[in-house]
Write a protein that binds this ligand. Structure first.
Ligand code: ADP
Length: 481
């Protein structure tokens, strides 16, 4: 089977959030199942940071846009540790910019045109490459224009649309007057499901046009059927019924491995560790406290967040409980909404037990997962969440709200308990969960068991990759009905 995996972000070439992690790891797992899978993404400024070898494979390729012809060049690299090809679409006006989608908290005004171009380029390069996929695996609204094109033109490829986030701000909604850049034939009756004179909604386009659909955890797949979480798309999710699968994300167990993590540099006091010897984790905690300017206290629980600073992430709850919280240290690594950046920066200025880094920093993220005792994810909604899985891998105990993938991966009760879970979206419920976690931390045997359970979890891709293979097969079967 041949699959073209289309994504606007792919680790290690460009990353904003969890989509990049998935795009950088799932294709490797599919390759191990024998799928000829290739990845296509924009060639952004910053891809050179991936330290991957780029090879020019197409010097020039015409890309038809609605009403004019543009063009791109194409570089090829591979996903690290694999032979999965990554095609990087070069168009400097669109992609060689400081940011991926726009400055923190903002968006470039021509994002619809940039992504329409990416999708059209992904189609245009196939003939000169001499390779054609059976399935386009499209990821999030950024790539939905390709699902529209395949359906509109009756192309032979099957399409799978994976929704990594269907929340309010993540549906790719643009004013109707911009929609022309997608080249939609509005005489097709099905276009009314995502296109109106006032707006186009690309998540709805993906949900309408793709042969099969997935989202990134079983619980979220159920939750988005409800308007409370799937507002704006819940009707379509219900309409597509059995075509919508919930497949839990995995993480790259080579990249996220406390035993080999190269970011845990001994020169800075960090150390590798594994479930049988946690002395390295204690060293990481001390090194992290030193790096972040926190008092060097082994006995005080160190709690962390590594996150986009977005309302989705439950930051208003953190803001509400923080003033009364004592007896813990808090480290936050994140960028995003100014409202939260300002709040946390001010807290860090006046409190010695709060440290904040307002930046995107892969190395520091690894060091925080390794050095923290607890990892906080009180999300309002969370399609899957990778942070809690990464934290578990590093023996860092998640404290989460029971929503989406957080509910599928973190359990407070039973012999396999690996974290702390609260249900109500309220400061009171979060505070109670924090108190339970802090009390458990003081009980050394209980805490050791939690850490052992956490590190025994397996969130590698194996099982989920086999589900994706079934999803591809399902899409092909539907296409050729
Ligand atoms: P989302 O996709 O909603 O952002 P996830 O938990 O699924 O949330 O994935 C977040 C990913 O992005 C994780 O790999 C996390 O470590 C990473 N990340 C988020 N913010 C930062 C940051 N400021 N610096 C480094 N990594 C970050």
């Amino acid at each position: 089977m041949k699959v073209l995996f289309v994504s606007a972000e792919v680790t290690p070439f460009a990353k904003v959030g969890g989509l990049a992690d998935v795009a950088g790891s799932l294709p490797k797992a599919m390759r191990q199942l024998g799928v000829d899978i290739r990845v296509v993404m924009p060639k952004y400024k910053g891809v050179e940071n991936a330290r991957a070898e780029l090879r020019r494979v197409l010097a020039g390729c015409a890309v038809p846009m609605p009403g004019w012809t543009s063009g791109c060049a194409l570089d090829e690299a591979t996903l690290p540790g694999s032979d999965v090809p990554v095609y990087l679409v070069e168009h400097n006006d669109y992609f060689w910019r400081e940011h991926i989608y726009g400055p923190p908290g903002g968006a470039y005004p021509d994002n619809l045109e940039r992504l329409s171009f990416l999708c059209r380029a992904a189609l245009a390069v196939l003939e000169p490459l001499g390779w054609a996929p059976d399935v386009f695996h499209l990821n999030d609204w950024h790539t939905a224009p390709l699902a529209i094109l395949v359906r509109q033109r009756g192309l032979p490829h099957a399409t799978v649309f994976t929704a990594h986030n269907l929340g309010g701000g993540y549906q790719g909604v643009f004013p109707g007057e911009q929609a022309w850049v997608l080249g939609i034939d509005a005489s097709q009756p099905w276009t009314t499901k995502f296109l109106s004179p006032s707006q186009v909604n690309l998540a709805r386009a993906g949900l309408t046009c793709a042969d099969m659909i997935s989202t990134v955890s079983p619980t979220y797949a159920r939750e988005v059927r409800d308007p409370a979480i799937g507002a704006g798309v819940d009707d379509l999710v219900r309409e597509r019924g059995e075509d919508v699968w919930g497949i839990l994300n995995g993480i790259d167990y080579d990249f996220w491995n406390p035993a080999t993590d190269r970011f845990l540099d001994p020169a800075d006091g960090y150390a590798n560790f594994g479930p049988d010897d946690l002395s390295g984790k204690a060293a990481c905690k001390a090194a992290l406290q030193a790096e972040m300017g926190l008092p060097p206290r082994a006995d005080v629980p160190l709690m962390a967040m590594v996150t986009r600073l977005d309302a989705q992430k439950g930051l208003d709850l953190v803001r509400a409980v923080l003033p009364d919280l004592s007896g813990v240290q808090l480290v936050i690594l994140g960028t995003g909404a100014h409202e939260y950046e300002n709040f946390f920066a001010q807290e860090a200025q006046v409190r010695s037990d709060v440290a904040v880094a307002l930046k995107f920093d892969e190395r520091l993220a690894h060091r925080i997962y390794a050095g923290a005792d607890m990892f906080l994810m009180p999300s309002r909604f969370e399609p899957c969440g990778l942070g809690q899985m990464i934290a578990l891998r590093y023996g860092t105990i998640p404290i989460v709200r029971a929503t989406g993938g957080l509910a599928d991966t973190v359990h407070e009760d039973g012999p396999h308990a690996n974290g702390f879970v609260f249900t109500d979206y309220s400061a009171l419920a979060l505070r109670a969960a924090l108190d339970r976690a802090i009390a458990a931390y003081r009980d050394k045997r209980l805490w050791a068991r939690l850490v052992a359970n956490a590190m025994a979890c397996d969130f590698s891709w194996g099982a989920s990759a086999r589900r994706y293979l079934q999803l591809y097969e399902g899409a092909l079967a539907k296409k050729h009905l």
